[in-house]
Structures are given as structure tokens and as C-alpha cells.
Design a protein around this ligand. Sequence first.
Ligand code: PLP
Length: 377
Amino acid sequence: MKNIYLDNAASTAILDVAIESMTEALRLYRGNPSSTHRYGRKAKAAIEKARKEIADIFNATPGEIFFTSGGTEANNTVLHSAIKQLGVQHIVTSPTEHPSVKNTIDHIHEYYKIPVTYLEVDSAGRIDLDQLEKVLRDLSDKKTLVSLMHANNETGLLHPIEEIGQLCEKTGALFHTDAVQTVGHLPIDLSDGKISFLSASAHKFNGPKGIGILYIHQDNMIEPFIRGGNQERNVRAGTENVAGILGMARALTYGHEQLQQKRNYVTTLRNYFIGLIEKELPEVKFISQKSNEECMFTILNLYFPKSENTDMLLMNLDLEGISASGGSACNSGAATESYVLEALGWNKGGKSIRFSFSFQNNIEEIDHVVEVLKNNI
Ligand code: PLP
């Protein structure tokens, strides 16, 4: 039996070059980067080199890049610290954000009594920019934070972050984007300052798990969410994950060197999958937008109308060696209903399965998955 991994939105296989960087780092850097002796300085210098590499990729400055334990911590840091320190009085967000944003905003609302406006979304998950503009205009006398993700982790839908950034700039709102599903896959230029905060996570772009990036625009520096020593220029305490940082920088650099090539290849796979589904399984519906302009080329979420087999579908795929996901990325394989799909009106009794691709997949795998689906729905 072949093992076919189509859950790359949940996590990706780490690149050999990243493993090599990490192995070398684990051997070379015994010192604590905060120590002033030569071992400490050597580790610190390696981190700063990685920070510069990452900053260059975003067209940002090294002083705007902070290392966290991943996307969840980056999102928590922005939301908690912006409220406390930048005096945010109102949050604007969508009902389809990742749990690390949604649950944090729920907590902040409950604990700090900060009002939250949820933008309406259509059946694809699109927000209405006119509504956002009106909401921001009405809130122009309040310090407002807009938190809208770049690509949705369940459907792949892309929010227009440039236009959102422009609207935020016009009305003086801060703009946070959770770009965990897009960093390493799409080019993101932060030089125009329209994005105040951006979160990313290495394990979504073939780097190691447990390390991430928080970009903070230089005008919006915040206090730490995790307090302790003064590491990361006093924004994130705790001894740095040196090997993780170096592995992440290597994976991101590699990802950017191959960006267009990977995108073309994976887009071809996704289009091929869409074509086969339309031809062979016309009863299956597309939750994700088919267009690669509007949707991340790495994600295709499909809806299987209820039949006697749909409840077992994900498990049967697994038994056939095919790893995909139901529910959300963090609950891969979990039977819990998705609040995102519910918000889009897909709670119709059938099953949704998210297939997510990488450059490590191929056409033969797609052919096999469609054959297995045909026999199991
Ligand atoms: N945000 C999005 C959109 C995600 O897809 C994920 C992971 O599934 C996260 C945040 C959390 O990132 P991490 O796993 O690094 O905590």
C-alpha cells in the first residue's frame, strides 16, 4: 500500500537542508545566546544572521522580526499585547479565523471587555471590503485592531490583505494578519508598513515544528506576552530555540528560491485534481474556490453529500494509506464539526475533507486518491 500525504496545511515534511542546518546548530552552538562569552556570542551571531535572512525575504528590517514557538504564540502575543499596551479599544475580525485568533479574541472580549465586530462572510468566506470600510469609518474615534488571516486554513480562501491594509492605513487602524498558511508559499512584502503585525509558522513551509515568526512594524513595538529575561529585545522571553530558528531560516530561504517553481507545480496538481473530481465524481461539491487566484493553491476542501459511507470516509482513506483532514488543521482527523464551515453554510449533513498539497506530491497520487474515493463514497 502506498502512503499518500495530503495534509500539508496541517504540517509539512521538513526539508533535508533544514535538518542539516539544525543538526549543525545543535552540534556547534552549545552556548546560551544571552551569554557574553565566545560560545554565547557565536550562538547569538547565528541567530542574528537568520533574522537578517528572514527580514530580507519580507523586505522588513531585522529589528521587526521576532521568534516565537509558532503561529499560536505569535497570534496570542499580538492580540494580548496590542490590547494592553497600544490601547486597542475595539477589534474587527471575521468568524472564520483560526482558533488561535478566534479563541484569543473571545477571551480578550470576556476578560478585558473589549468590543468585537465580526464582519459578515459570504458562502466562500469572503469579507465585504465596503462593510470593512464602513465599520472602520464608524470606529475612527477608537483605537482599532483588525485581525484577518491571509489564507484560511480550512478552505484556502485568500483575504485581500493589500486592500485591507490600505483601508486600515486610511482610518488609522492597526492590522494583524495570520499568514501561517501563506508564508513560504506566496511572496509577502512588508515594506510599505500597511501590515502592523504578521504571524508565521515554520512547520507549514517545510521547516521544523515549534518555531515561528512574529513581524512587528517598527512603529508598533509591544511588550512581551511571555515574560522573563530580556531575550528578543524584550518582546519574547526565554532562551532562544537556536536550532529551530536556523532550520526555519533555511527552509524559508529555500522556499523562496523555489517559490514560483513550487507554485506552478502544485497549482498543476490541484487543477488536475479538480478536473478529475468534476469528471469522475460529479456529486462532490467544492467548498474551496476552484480559482487559484482566490484560493491558496495548496488547499482543496471538498464536500461529500451524505451517504451510508460518508461518516467513515476519512477513516477509510486512512486505511488505504491516504492522509487528509476533516475538521480544522489543528484537529486533523477529529470528528468535531468545523465552525468555519458552519459559518459558510456547509453544515448540510455530509462530510468535508480537506486535501492539501505540496511539491512532494505527484499526479499518480492524485489518480490513486480519486480511485479510492470512487470506491468509498
Ligand atoms: N494559524 C493558522 C492559519 C494555522 O493554520 C495554524 C496551524 O494550523 C496556526 C495559526 C497555528 O500555528 P502553530 O501550529 O505554529 O501554532
